[in-house]
Ligand binder design. Structure first.
Ligand code: COA
Length: 431
């Protein structure tokens, strides 16, 4: 029995770069038929961005376009418009992430597509919400992080490197794709009741801000009392009227920090994150595991509030305890004692961890050709009755003829579309 949740769902994917493609890749892995529309001759900008070999698609493209079909189409030409209209007539989802106004200019606004096919869900990804003063800006990842409180609250609060900092996680890009996927799935469920598709507008700003929700909690607290107990600035430092950068704080009420471990001088990832929970019992477990039993009776440390006031002494003492130990050894000692802990892991360490090749976490895709096999991150959750399969990424326009034939175009029409520049670049006139 085919248990793919999105079997039979047709997605017309007019997206490129990362935000949209991450969304449609997830939909494809959940069983949807995804047709990726790409400009003849060039295609998705990531095909040759950060390319390591001119004959191979980049790893950037490969990470985001598995299990899709590629149709090259110039949607600005009359034939291109007719083909896109035909595809939309039976589509369940249309998704695009062109710069603001571009899709309307091409003639495929929500109103137009809704008329072509009232059942089609129309998803659009932009940098900012429609109401924002920045709504007309083009946006990439750092723009989202900079404008959604991620950058202003990430990084260090003092020292030469104290500046707004970008997260390595794609909070503006793939995170937006995941948010958009949730919205599309909700719209598909809604359609079962209404019989109609809806217009989904997903901004990178909203997706990023949604992950900064806890920072809005901090702003509310700061507005009321003027300080934040979980930050290193408490109790002796000064707070402004905005949420500051907290370095490596855990961010909620528990006390966490990143500590240097053995060999930190030579390996930039020989660090460990250790958390002291607020509860007396949990604190006792941590003290016993590290040999700090004296803290259990010391009023400067034996309550969570006292620990917030003496956090620098705590950081210093745990730091001395950790510095001559291996990060895995610390993880073992504290993990066994029931203390929340984790080694800082590099991409290399993660991708070399065979236990993560469990069929979902990390997956190997056979792209064939010069690329061969590559590793990517699979569907980030599991379902007890569905196991995704992971196929290769399409070559540019690799499915054009097959798709056009499926949609009823004749061999002569298909040839003509290629010759007139609709599905293939026009050949340059001889000099
Ligand atoms: C990513 C972004 C900054 C790139 O902007 P860009 O370099 O102008 O590129 P776009 O892909 O948006 O569009 C370029 C042009 O190609 C056209 N185009 C793209 N695919 C086409 C196709 N298949 N057929 C015809 N025209 C096409 C667009 O209509 C646009 O034309 P215009 O400039 O005359 O209006 C912009 O698309 C954007 O802000 N998108 C929304 C947010 C987003 O998703 N960002 C990416 C995060 S990973």
């Amino acid at each position: 029995m085919n248990t793919a949740p999105l079997q039979g769902i047709k997605v017309i994917d007019f997206t490129s770069v990362q935000s949209g493609p991450s969304c449609t890749q997830l939909l494809a892995w959940l069983g949807a038929d995804v047709i990726k529309i790409e400009r003849p001759g060039t295609g998705d900008a990531t095909r040759d961005e950060l390319q390591f070999d001119p004959d191979c698609p980049s790893y950037y493209f490969l990470q985001l376009n598995s299990d899709k079909k590629s149709l090259t189409l110039d949607a600005a030409t009359p034939d291109g418009k007719a083909i896109l209209t035909k595809l939309l007539e039976t589509a369940d989802v249309f998704i695009e992430n062109l710069h603001p106004g571009a899709m309307d200019k091409l003639g495929f606004s929500w109103d137009v597509v809704h008329k072509i096919n009232p059942r089609c869900v129309y998803a659009t990804i932009k940098g900012f919400p429609v109401s924002s003063k920045y709504a007309d800006l083009k946006a990439y990842e750092p723009v989202a992080q900079a404008t959604a409180a991620a950058a202003s609250t990430t990084g260090f609060y003092q020292g030469p490197e104290a500046m707004p900092t970008q997260s390595g996680a794609a909070l503006g890009d793939s995170n937006t794709g995941m948010h958009c996927a949730i919205a599309i799935l909700a719209a598909l469920l809604q359609r079962q009741h209404t019989g109609e598709g809806t217009f989904v507008y997903q901004s990178m700003h909203n997706a990023c801000l949604n992950l900064c929700r806890i920072k809005t909690r901090d702003q509310l607290t700061l507005d009321r009392i003027g300080y934040l107990t979980q930050f290193p600035q408490y109790p002796d430092g000064k707070f402004g009227d905005f949420v500051p950068r907290g370095g490596n704080i855990e961010g909620s009420g528990v006390l966490g920090w990143t500590y240097k471990c053995k060999n930190w001088e030579t390996d930039p990832n020989d660090y460990v994150y250790i958390i002291l929970q607020r509860g007396a019992k949990d604190f006792e477990l941590a003290c016993k595991a590290m040999g700090f039993e004296d803290w259990l009776t010391n009023p400067d440390f034996n309550t969570a509030d006292a620990r917030d006031r003496h956090k620098q002494e705590i950081y210093d003492r745990i730091g001395k305890w950790a510095i001559d130990k291996d990060k895995y050894e610390i993880t073992d000692i504290l993990g066994k004692a029931g203390v929340p802990v984790g080694p800082v892991l590099s991409t290399k360490e993660i991708m070399n961890d065979e236990s993560l090749y469990d069929g979902n976490t990390l997956v190997r895709i056979n792209q064939g050709g010069k690329i061969g096999e590559f590793v990517t991150v699979g569907v980030p959750f599991t379902m007890s009755n569905y196991q995704p399969t992971y196929g290769p990424c399409p070559t540019l326009g690799g499915n054009t003829e097959e798709i056009l034939a499926d949609y009823g175009f004749t061999p002569d029409q298909i040839k003509a579309f290629a010759a007139n520049g609709t599905t293939a670049p026009l050949s340059k006139p001889a000099k």
